[in-house]
Design a protein. Structure first.
Lengths: 338, 438
């Protein structure tokens, strides 16, 4: 009885609530302080990059105004300058890269997770991860020395047969003209996109593969039990399950493709006009513009480059955030009833 | 007999049913069973073979192989006719692509002769997935092999590894000049970048893990955003701040800071993920034993996650080694050895490869590919290292670590025993064996 009265006393509203207080010692307080400071410093450095870009870009943006978005030329010290051409070029290269990389990444991811023999799987995963770790300059070298000249016939073939589609047209080269020079097809947006696609495919592939591998076994076996072929199972279980990973992985690859610098610098020859014909010589990209022009500019020119960089950063940031949220959603749905 | 015997059947009827079934399968129905009225009668079944051939559920049949090779041969020859006789087609890549499309068509046709729609779609999808996966893997292998084969002529000369390009003209033979200055520059730059990146990166990761809250969430979002920063912008940032505002010269140090800005978010993110894998029970055990937060981090969290953290750092290093764009903007470039990262331009491997390949001289191009090969080897080494270290889960130990831990535990036991003996002066307790006499 005595116990019960104690309990009821403790439960009564008059009882003083025990304060739960963490009592950190000196060492812990120091540690927490240092860790917070570290976090703050990281935050400062990171935001500094963004804000500083914005701050330095302000001068150029202020002067150019809205024409910054519509001007194609890049002549900060003389005439006008704007990102219309370079932004279009950047997006075009990234789109070509994704158009090539998406089927490759999807195929490789499906192959590794569904078709490859068990003992090959780990090796293949390592190879794909390794492919993502190969420095971009190596891909750039390969594109510049090898691919550029080998793709010429393919470009010519495409422009011969699909030239009626506007983006595949090569102005200045007659259809089936054997005398047209090979250089009309080099240094194009298409080749830059091909090189970049090799860089982004492994990134997209590993994200997709991870999601495909988590597709619930019960549902797979259920599909087989209902008489599905392997492809039927993939289409009805694996692909729907990994849908958001496919979208997210592609977007992440797109973000990487937008920011890729050195490989693009090596392949394209920079022109400052909107070039919608992806097979023809000449293209443009913001990162290539920065890498090629940073040295020869006045302070105002640097400010203009900063403005271009800022717009690139804004674009990649947007794409990455969308991608990250899509991928995160796919993870949260990963645990399904099996 | 393939009838399964139910275990623990209680009533007579079901047993009898079972027996009856057994009889049915063995031979024609007998009339002895008719005196048991309530039993279900089964229709007579024809006596089949008692042993069935096991069905193969996987693998290929001969018809599949014929269809595959037949379609392939047909496609290749049709394309050959198109290319050589009929049309103005040229180019190897176009040939391969046309062959592939034709192959798919023929293969579908051949399979459809004896299979239904879903099976045809299955075969086509399988062929498409295999070929796409193959293309991607082949592309990687080809890029690597191509780099090595083009750089081979430079790589076989010893001077390539021990000289710099101080007195080498572009048309000089490959027996002159080398990339020592670039290797040294790369090591300096990456070393400095890691020197900045590791402490702050690990601190940031530990902060995100240990002091959760609104602020940590915000920092995590910003770090995630910074992984999206195009590498050239990191270079541009350092160029505009350190070099243009603070007057730091083009140098290895400037390049290292730019690389540090690039790899910091990578290390923080990877470290954050790895720290989350440390079992919470370990930390709770430490708290329960009275350890403070710092002691828990120092003695439990970091040692347990060590292999994962090392992997995070190595992956950051592999990224830093290959980065060209930031280095291009702020390191400058030179042809000779520079051992001082704080003054004077410094060469690095990716930059050297980039510059050399653009030369019109074949020897310089070979040197450029040689530099790229050396770079590739460094990245492969780091990557392999990361695989070996990161292959173990948190808290898993190597043989050596286990031995060391056992030895330490033995020493502790001896120490405790000694103290116990000194305090109580007893000698009857079993003496632990002394192995290293310390």
């Amino acid at each position: 009885m005595a116990d019960q009265s104690d309990v009821s006393q403790a439960l009564s509203p008059q009882a003083v609530r025990r304060a739960l207080k963490s009592n950190f010692g000196a060492a812990d307080r120091t540690f927490r302080g240092v860790a917070r400071g570290g976090g703050l410093l990281v935050l400062v450095v990171m935001t500094l990059v963004g804000t500083f870009l914005g701050f330095r870009a302000w001068q150029a943006l202020h002067k150019a105004g809205l024409s910054f978005l519509t001007t194609q030329d890049w002549n900060p010290d003389g005439g006008g300058f704007g990102i219309a051409a370079v932004m279009t070029g950047t997006v075009l290269i990234a789109l070509v890269a994704i158009a090539v990389a998406l089927p490759m990444a999807l195929g490789a991811a499906l192959y590794i997770s569904e078709y490859a023999p068990r003992r090959l799987q780990r090796t293949l995963i390592t190879i794909v991860d390794l492919m993502a770790a190969v420095p971009s300059v190596v891909y750039g070298l390969w594109g510049f020395v090898f691919l550029q000249w080998r793709v010429g016939p393919l470009s010519r073939w495409i422009s011969n047969w699909f030239g009626w589609i506007p983006i595949f047209k090569v102005p200045g080269v007659e259809r089936n003209d054997p005398l047209s020079t090979a250089t009309a097809f080099t240094s194009s947006t298409f080749i830059a996109g091909l090189v970049v696609s090799l860089m982004v495919a492994p990134i997209a592939c590993s994200i997709m593969r991870e999601a495909f591998g988590q597709a619930p076994l019960g549902e797979r076996e259920g599909a087989y039990a209902l008489g599905a072929t392997r492809w039927g199972m993939i289409r009805s279980v694996v692909l729907p399950f990994g849908k958001s990973a496919i979208v997210g992985g592609t977007m992440l690859g797109l973000g990487r493709a937008l920011g890729e610098t050195i490989a693009v610098v090596m392949v394209i020859s920079l022109v400052f006009k909107i070039e919608p014909h992806i097979l023809t010589n000449g293209g443009s990209s913001i990162s290539a513009l920065i890498a090629l022009r940073y040295g020869e500019e006045s302070p105002f020119g640097i400010s203009a480059l900063m403005a271009a960089g800022l717009s690139l950063f804004a674009l990649t940031l947007l794409v990455n955030f969308v991608a990250a949220s899509i991928v995160a959603r796919s993870r949260s749905g990963a645990v399904s009833e099996a | 007999m393939t009838v399964t015997q139910p275990t623990g059947v209680g009533d007579d009827q079901s047993v009898q049913t079972l027996e009856r079934e057994r009889d049915d399968m063995a031979a024609a129905p007998t009339d002895t069973a008719t005196d048991v009225p309530p039993v279900t009668t089964l229709p007579p079944r024809p006596a089949g073979p008692t042993e069935q051939d096991r069905r193969r559920t996987g693998g290929m049949r001969a018809a599949d192989v014929f269809a595959f090779f037949g379609a392939f041969a047909g496609a290749a020859t049709t394309t050959g006719v198109l290319w050589t006789e009929l049309g103005p087609f040229t180019g190897l890549i176009g040939y391969v692509m046309t062959t592939w499309v034709l192959f798919m068509t023929y293969y579908a046709l051949l399979v459809s002769f004896e299979q239904n729609g879903p099976a045809v779609r299955d075969r086509i999808a399988s062929a498409a997935v295999h070929s796409l996966g193959l293309v991607m893997l082949a592309a990687l292998v080809f890029v690597i092999v191509y780099t090595f084969s083009r750089g081979w002529h430079a790589l076989v000369h010893l001077n390539f590894y021990v000289q710099d390009m101080r007195s080498t003209a572009p048309q000089d033979p490959l027996t002159k000049g080398g990339l020592l200055h670039a290797v040294v520059g790369t090591l300096y730059e990456v070393g400095l970048a890691l020197g900045i990146g590791i402490p702050f990166g690990l601190l940031g990761a530990v902060f995100l893990h240990e002091i959760p809250g609104r602020f940590a969430r915000f920092v995590r979002t910003v770090v995630g955003a910074m992984t999206a920063l195009p590498d050239v912008l990191a270079g541009l940032f350092i160029y505009a701040t350190l070099i243009l505002i603070f007057g730091v010269p083009f140098s290895g140090f400037a390049a290292a800071t730019a690389l540090a800005v690039t790899i910091l978010p990578i290390i923080i993110r990877a470290g954050d993920v790895v720290l989350r894998l440390v079992p919470g029970s370990l930390k709770e055990a430490a708290y329960a034993l009275g350890a403070g937060q710092w002691k828990t981090v120092r003695h439990i969290l970091l040692p347990t996650a060590r292999s994962g953290l090392v992997t995070a750092v190595i992956l950051g290093a592999a990224r830093a080694i290959g980065e060209t764009a930031p280095v291009l903007l702020v390191a400058g470039a030179n042809n000779f050895m520079n051992l001082n990262p704080f003054s004077g331009p410094m060469m690095s491997l990716p930059l050297l490869a980039y510059k050399l390949v653009q030369s019109s001289q074949d020897n310089d191009v070979a040197r450029g590919f040689g530099a790229a090969s050396v770079l590739l080897v460094l990245v492969l080494l780091l990557f392999g290292l990361a695989r070996i270290v990161g292959g173990r889960g948190p808290g898993e130990l190597t043989k050596g670590q286990q031995r060391r831990r056992a030895r330490r535990s033995q020493r502790d036991a001896e120490r405790i025993y000694d103290r116990w003996q000194n305090t109580y002066g007893m000698t009857s307790a079993p003496v632990p064996s002394r192995r290293d006499g310390s």
